[in-house]
Design a protein around this ligand. Structure first.
Ligand code: PGA
Length: 256
């Protein structure tokens, strides 16, 4: 059985000091409620500036892991302002969010760039969390399936995988991110099946079944998480806004 997964994406919402205080609050909730916590992997993705200090805070929390919100596709060199996957690995980072819609929209991150970043992550034994999802216009024009199949297949193109690697894909319909209203759980389940089938078209079946997990992201909160959790193909969640409130985030944890 695959682990259940909960990813907290803090985006650029907090200062590094605020991120560390938030992480300490979350850590305390875990330490004080050990008995009630379901078995799951928690992946906290603060800003780059807080990663090293965050590593110290999570040291004694076995289910906790750290993720970065992006990386570059080369390990080192003359790439001003970029962040190396190799050096992220060296400071103890295990996961990297790639292709988030905010980066696709504001920074022009294209599918081909995301593919190069996925390769760089796998080469460095980092687990990519690839975000895919349609915009409101694409949804209205009936292009959801095409969009998520295209984004998934280009991200996974030409990858060399073996059982030492892992890949996570999060279905994140762009039009419900940060809106306070998610899609219907059945729609997320359908989209995740499309994504899973696309992954099977690109990669060995055993790898997809055993080493890939499929998440949903977009306005998940303490109230709606249970109805999504019941869906068969959804292995976990990528949570933005609700992960900034320690009680709400912990509330989601308890319902998983
Ligand atoms: P949200 O963000 O939970 O605030 O909708 C999710 C995301 O952007 O990853």
């Amino acid at each position: 059985m695959k682990n259940k997964i909960l990813v907290a994406n803090w985006k650029m919402n907090l200062s590094p000091d605020e991120e560390i205080s938030l992480l300490k609050e979350v850590a305390n909730l875990f330490k004080n409620n050990k008995k009630n916590i379901p078995d799951l992997e928690i992946i906290i993705c603060p800003s780059f500036l807080a990663l090293k200090q965050a590593k110290e805070v999570i040291k004694e929390l076995p289910n906790f892991h750290l993720g970065a919100q992006n990386c570059f596709w080369e390990d080192k060199g003359a790439y001003t302002g970029e962040i190396s996957p190799l050096y992220l690995k060296q400071i103890g980072i295990e996961f990297i969010i790639l292709g988030h819609s905010e980066r696709r929209t504001y920074l022009g991150e294209a599918n081909e760039m995301i593919n190069k970043k996925v390769r760089a992550c796998l080469k460095n034994d980092l687990c990519p969390i690839i975000c895919v999802g349609e915009t409101f216009e694409e949804q209205q024009e009936g292009k959801r399936d095409y969009t998520i199949m295209h984004q998934t297949s280009t991200a996974l193109e030409g990858l060399q995988v073996d059982e030492s690697k892992r890949i996570l894909i999060a279905y994140e319909p762009v039009w419900v991110i940060g809106r306070g209203k998610a899609v219907e759980p059945e729609q997320a389940e359908y989209a995740n099946r499309v994504i899973q089938q696309t992954a099977i078209d690109c990669l060995p079946l055993d790898f997809v079944k055993q080493k890939m997990s499929f998440l949903y992201g977009g306005s998940i909160d303490e109230e709606n998480v249970v109805s999504f959790k019941e869906q068969k193909t959804i292995d976990g969640f990528l949570v933005g806004g609700a992960s900034l409130n320690p009680k709400e985030f912990f509330g989601i944890v308890l319902k998983m």
